[in-house]
Design a protein. Structure first.
Length: 440
């Protein structure tokens, strides 16, 4: 979608968030780390030195609004471009118009919402025009630009991180909506500060969500002829289900599973259960979480508590069989168990060491002694020659070498003293002592 008409439409039929869209930096709420007096982005805007940039932040923090304010301040043509509905054909059309503007000495700001949705070819189509200065590209994204924006394009843009609005900032915004003529300033609205704060908490840093909730509450309030009264019950009805910020394919997905893992690794069951609830209540697949817990059971607990893996596999099966919401308690049991279990990453370290040798060393042949010899030819070639059957030994041990010659004596598994792994360490030391005493 391309929009090159007016910067603002103050139509009374627009949603409250659209009617109250800030028109100047002075009206803009939030992002004081970028727009406070003397801050870098404010200086660039005030000195008309704005270049191509990427605004990265969660929904409803003012990315589009800020781009429009910049366009107004620099008197540039503003083109609103959606990455959801536009392709290379539309990009080329816009670029041609921007090139004409440049020849006549006019700036063009191209605002691309959800720029992370463009594929590589579409992003590359912007490059020559950004380099020539035909356009000032302002991209908005909720995803990490390091992963979603082409390196060539990203290197030509300055990235500004926009933060979710604080509770106080949202309360200020809501109070402004009640007094501004574009909002409810011409009406007598009776709503307490406590309820405004409840709306701010519900909005979770999203200004658009806060204003939309306020509008819904006012429209559903009780009108007594002189004023509209908004009660706690009205707010409760309008906020019956909190919409948690979560994209199962996006960065927040990985942020939350990382938080769960690190909380369990840090033996913090309260934090682990909180992050688990955040994921499940936002709609995450419980089987995915159970699968990651199963990995954790061996990677971070291992032989310090072998039952951890059994419990996680059981939780995985419970999630697969009964699903949400019932399986939430099974995952909670697993999360708490893993948090309180003794920790050892010895198994993970052992595999990493072995993997490195397997990938970087010569592919040494399997020692003849431990090869099977199912055919006469194989026996003639000494397959299985020298094999020692451990069960025939009184100690159930042999001094047979099982690693290739160039890796003989290599140690991969180094058990810790944590939990039950201390027993495995003691047993391994006994085995090594026996083998040292029985060297051929």
């Amino acid at each position: 979608m391309m929009e090159q008409a007016t910067l603002f439409d103050d139509g009374a039929n627009q949603p409250l968030a659209a009617r109250l869209r800030p028109r100047t930096l002075e009206e803009y709420c939030g992002q004081t780390h970028l727009l406070g007096q003397g801050k870098v982005l404010r200086r660039l805007i005030e000195n008309d030195q704005v270049g191509s940039m990427i605004f990265w932040g969660p929904p409803g923090v003012g990315k589009t609004t800020l781009a429009r304010i910049i366009a107004r301040r620099t008197n540039a043509a503003f083109i609103d471009f959606s990455a959801v509905t536009s392709g290379i054909k539309e990009i080329k059309q816009v670029m041609e118009q921007a090139e004409k503007n440049r020849r006549f000495g006019a700036k063009t700001i191209l605002f691309v919402d959800e720029i992370h949705r463009f594929n590589k070819a579409q992003q590359d189509a912007f490059l020559p025009y950004v380099e020539k200065g035909s356009i000032i590209l302002i991209g908005a994204t909720t995803e990490n630009p390091s992963f979603e924006i082409n390196g060539a394009l990203l290197s030509r843009c300055k990235v500004f991180v926009l933060h979710a609005l604080s509770e106080e900032e949202l309360c200020t915004l809501l109070r402004h909506a009640l007094t501004d003529r574009r909002g409810f300033g011409g009406q007598n609205i009776d709503i307490s500060d406590e309820l405004l704060r409840a709306i701010a908490v519900f909005a979770n840093g999203d200004a658009r969500s806060a204003l939309s909730t306020l509008e819904m509450a006012v429209l559903n309030g009780t009108f007594d002829g002189e004023k509209t009264v908004v009660t706690a019950q009205t707010i409760e009805e309008c906020t019956s289900k909190k919409s948690l910020l979560y994209d199962k394919q996006g960065e927040e997905h990985y942020n939350l599973i990382s938080a769960l893992h690190k909380s369990m690794r840090n033996s913090d069951p309260d934090a682990a259960v909180y992050w688990l609830a955040r994921m499940l209540e936002a709609g995450e697949d419980p089987v995915y979480i159970a699968r990651r817990m199963t990995r954790f059971a061996s990677e971070d607990v291992g032989l310090a508590d072998p039952r951890a893996l059994e419990l996680c596999v059981a939780a995985f099966e419970a999630c697969r069989l009964i699903g949400m919401p019932e399986c939430s308690v099974h995952l909670t049991q697993a999360a708490v168990y893993l948090s309180l279990a003794p920790k050892s990453n010895a198994l993970d370290v052992a595999y990493a060491r072995a993997k490195k040798d397997a990938l970087t060393m010569l592919a040494e042949p399997v020692p003849l002694a431990i090869r099977n010899a199912p055919t006469k030819l194989m026996k003639e070639l000494d397959y299985g020659k020298g094999y020692q059957f451990a069960h025939d030994s009184a100690d159930k041990l042999t001094n047979m070498q099982c690693l290739p010659d160039n890796l003989a004596g290599r140690t991969y598994y180094s058990p810790t003293e944590e939990g039950l792994e201390a027993r495995f360490k003691a047993r391994l030391e006994e085995i090594k002592a026996w083998k040292d005493a029985h060297k051929p």
